[in-house]
Write a protein that binds this ligand. Structure first.
Ligand SMILES: [Fe+2]
Length: 330
């Protein structure tokens, strides 16, 4: 596979482009909120994504109502057969079964996500664009030198990113299908089974609030942790939690550093290994081709034309020409 480049720095620093993403990407997307065990019956959980606040009410018996805070609109949601809850933040999003390829349900249906109880949730702000975190998640070349404890337990002798349109499956060891499974759901959600438990995180863009989309260079990390010791208890949970938190904090530091360099002009555009970082390349494809309308050709034209109108985004900074004309020397 030919080597390519990352998106230019402007995609990580332009407030105008971020505002465009809210309409073209986030309003059209589906979001993993977690397994149904996250939601206690007859109670609500509050969320905010890209300036849209909403609540998820568990009515009992895995019946959910997702309500937008601004106008009480009921938002489309979807519970997979094995117990994962996805939602939208706008009625304008396509149906779940159109947004994700059918292979996703085939993959998810191999696991019973109802088995692991919810144990803990965390949320905190980060000074980085949402794509900065996703770029890091979508490749594991950095794992050897950044995540030393992780690399000891999961040696990088085999690593594969299987890109499937709007999701990516990362496989650490194909001989251990129940350990070391990492799923990325375009654009901001992940599900991670490793270290003896399960976690999910969302990179909430802009770190906004109801009606406030937030800033291009900020995000809010939201983590949910699930664990069972085999007897319905929490024996070993703290050990698991410390292990996965260390990995998360190592990534957090990398992202804040990378964003600072993007904003200062130190880092304008990076090279991608076309084989070992193809997950990053794939992350960009929906961003460019999938976000505005079901017609991808039309959507690319609309999206590109909108971007061209941004005064400080020169045509070449969109990355379309850079990908083919400036290959990296990998
Ligand atoms: Fe990482």
């Amino acid at each position: 596979m030919a080597a390519t480049r990352t998106l230019p720095a402007s995609w990580f620093t332009s407030q105008n482009l971020y505002d465009l993403e809210v309409r073209a990407v986030f309003d059209k997307a589906w979001y993993l909120l977690g397994p149904v065990t996250r939601f206690v019956a007859d109670s609500e959980v509050e969320y905010e994504i890209a300036g849209t606040a909403f609540t998820v009410h568990h009515n009992g018996n895995e019946s959910f109502t997702t309500t937008r805070a601004s106008d009480s609109t009921t938002l489309p949601h979807y519970v997979t057969p094995t117990g994962l809850l996805f939602t939208t933040i706008s009625p304008s999003a396509p149906p779940f079964t159109s947004y994700f390829p059918s292979s996703l349900l085939e993959l998810l249906n191999k696991r019973d996500f109802r088995k692991l109880p919810h144990r803990r949730s965390l949320a905190y702000p980060g000074k980085f664009n949402w794509k900065t975190m996703v770029d890091g998640y979508q490749e594991c070349l950095h794992c050897q030198y950044t995540h030393r404890s992780f690399s000891v337990k999961y040696p990088p002798s085999f690593y594969e990113a299987d890109n499937q349109d709007t999701y990516t499956r990362h496989i650490v060891d194909p001989k251990k299908p129940d350990d070391g499974l990492f799923l990325y759901f375009y654009p901001i959600c992940t599900l991670n089974l490793y270290g003896g438990g399960m976690s999910s995180f969302r990179v909430c863009p802009g770190n906004g609030s109801e009606g406030v989309k937030g800033k291009v260079g900020e995000s809010r990390m939201e983590f949910d942790y699930y664990f069972d010791d085999g007897q319905g208890g929490t024996e070993g949970f703290e050990e698991y939690f410390q292990f996965v938190r260390r990995v998360a904090l190592e990534d957090f530091e990398l992202c804040e550093t990378a964003q600072r360099n993007l904003e200062r002009g130190v880092y304008s555009q990076g090279c991608l290994n076309g084989e070992k970082e193809k997950g990053v390349v794939r992350e960009y494809f929906p961003l460019l081709f999938f976000s505005v309308s079901p017609s991808r050709t039309h959507c690319l034209t609309v999206f590109a034309s909108l971007c061209f109108q941004l005064p400080h985004l020169p045509r070449r900074s969109l990355g379309f020409s850079n990908i083919s004309k400036n290959p990296c020397p990998f």
